[in-house]
Design a protein around this ligand. Structure first.
Ligand code: NAD
Length: 469
């Protein structure tokens, strides 16, 4: 099938309201021409995971036709770093009109995603956006309306779903190894390196990141929605800022110019990282974006501890928490079912053989060359009520978010006609349901009341998940 015909046909399927596999319009191994990609947001994620990695691994079937950012220095660096020679733009509309891409990739600051997703759909292309799809319910509704109107598709880059441990948990749940699931305990610990880093830049500002309930926890809410296989209906939450921001006796301008370098345990020397210097420090002159901001600055207005309870349409109840100043980074998750329980965890430091430096850990996770640490494994315990417990060992991959990064991109760009039995591919409704939990949690904290998901947009939660919007 010719490219244009294929896109038209898939557009018609979407316009009919049925999103089949949301992946299958994006890349297509069967295309006779390369998939034309335009990207907005030439920061670390845009030029790395969605830039250089895509160019290096899929350059035979995709072609970058335009890069856009309001920082001209980062745009020039992007060309070099990605190894491409396409045109660069400060003006998004001009890029879309001149390059007419098949796919737009959105990797800007979270609160701006909606603007480019909506315009991208209106310009007639499919859109792949980084999480969180957007940061409030009004923008979320606008994105839903735009997809309905245009018949084009939004895909959300939920890479965590594809990780080895999370996929194995999904398989065990689908096999009903603990029977019908009734409740879930899910706790995520960000350490004093990775957790702290969110408070150094735009993520610390609610009007840019929507708080970590959107920026970070939307990954986790998506995992919960996918594992539980139902839609969230009601959320009750608590949250507070009591460690970072104004909660310190001293503060500086930024780490490079700080008078408290010797006494601040969070001192971060950006000059030791050449990639960060090139990306941010050398381009501060264009937009004043300071990457090593003081994490004690008074303007920080997000929560640094969060507790969220979620009720699902299939009656499952969830207790979730997110901590941002833990001595180690990790997670624990447990699924309670009618006939047993499934427990798992990652990186809790009692397992000596898997101890890694906490400073090193995040860099290794973000590394897209998924290193296989073949002797290591993640653990899942499947326990039967009145019966035995079984240890399930899952091959451990730290690089590229548990190997999920590579599998997500392979599915998107190369294998999108292959079966997707566990429904890894995430479309607009998945993107919306994940952020709606975060938005409801933020509202619940602000207003001191439980918030219903159906208050937020016109999407109606269903006992079984669906892709229809
Ligand atoms: N899925 C994951 O694991 C993962 C990991 C990291 C980042 N992300 C997501 O990727 C996105 C980018 O994050 P990042 O760490 O690369 O941030 P970043 O600050 O490094 O990059 C953002 C870029 O967008 C540009 N930009 C911002 N607003 C713009 C606008 N209105 N017009 C034009 N350009 C604009 C900035 O100049 C910058 O170059 C975020 O949405 C983030 O949530 C996802």
């Amino acid at each position: 099938m010719k490219r244009r015909t294929f896109i038209k046909a898939s557009g018609m399927a979407a316009a009919g309201g049925v999103l089949l596999n949301p992946a299958n319009v994006i890349g297509n191994g069967l295309r006779s021409e390369k998939l034309k990609i335009a990207l907005i947001g030439a920061g670390i994620r845009g030029t790395g995971f969605w830039g250089k990695t895509v160019q290096d691994q899929y350059g035979d079937i995709v072609e970058f036709v335009g890069l856009c950012d309001h920082n001209p220095g980062r745009l020039q660096l992007a060309l070099k770093f990605m190894g491409v020679s396409c045109k660069t733009y400060g003006d998004f509309d001009m890029m879309m009109k001149e390059t007419k891409p098949d796919l737009l990739i959105v990797t800007t600051v979270d609160a701006t995603h909606h603007e480019f997703i909506i315009k991208g759909l209106e310009y007639g292309c499919d859109v792949l956006t980084e999480k969180p799809m957007t940061t409030d319910e009004v923008k979320c509704q606008q994105i839903i309306d735009a997809q309905r109107k245009t018949g084009k598709k939004v895909r959300v880059g939920f890479n965590y779903r594809y990780g080895t441990l999370f996929t194995k948990l999904k398989e065990l749940l689908a096999e009903k190894r603990a029977g019908q699931i009734t409740s879930v305990d899910f706790h995520w610990y960000l350490n004093t390196f990775h957790g702290a880093d969110y408070f150094r830049r735009w993520h610390g500002h609610r009007n840019k990141s929507g708080t970590l309930l959107l920026h970070k926890a939307s990954h986790h809410f998506d995992l919960l929605n996918w594992w539980i296989d139902s839609d969230p209906v009601e959320v009750n939450a608590y949250g507070k800022l009591e460690h970072y921001g104004r909660n310190n006796s001293f503060r500086g301008e930024n780490c490079r110019n700080c008078n408290f370098k010797d006494q601040c345990k969070f001192y971060f020397d950006i000059t030791k990282d050449p990639r960060l210097v090139q990306l941010y420090v050398e381009n501060e002159k264009y937009d004043g974006y300071i990457r090593d901001n003081c994490l004690w600055r008074n303007e920080i207005d997000i929560f640094d501890k969060m507790a969220v309870q979620i009720k699902y349409a299939n009656e499952v109840q969830v207790s979730y928490s997110l901590t941002t100043y833990s001595p180690y980074e990790g997670l624990s998750v447990a699924f309670n079912g009618m006939t047993g329980r499934i427990d798992s965890w990652q990186d809790l430091p009692w397992r000596d053989q898997e101890k890694v430096s906490q400073a090193d850990r995040h860099a290794r996770e973000m590394n897209q060359a998924a290193e296989d640490e073949s002797s290591a494994y993640d653990e899942i315990i499947v326990s039967e009520n009145f019966g035995k417990s079984e240890l399930v060992k899952v091959p451990f991959v730290r690089g590229g978010h548990g190997g999920g990064d590579r599998r997500l991109q392979d599915q998107l760009f190369r294998n999108n006609n292959s079966p997707d039995p566990l429904k890894h591919a995430a479309g607009l409704r998945d993107g919306a349901m994940a952020i709606l939990v975060g938005i409801a949690a933020r509202k619940s904290i602000d207003e001191g009341r439980p918030v219903k998901i159906e208050e937020l947009t016109d999407l109606k939660p269903g006992a079984e998940r669906s892709s229809i919007i």
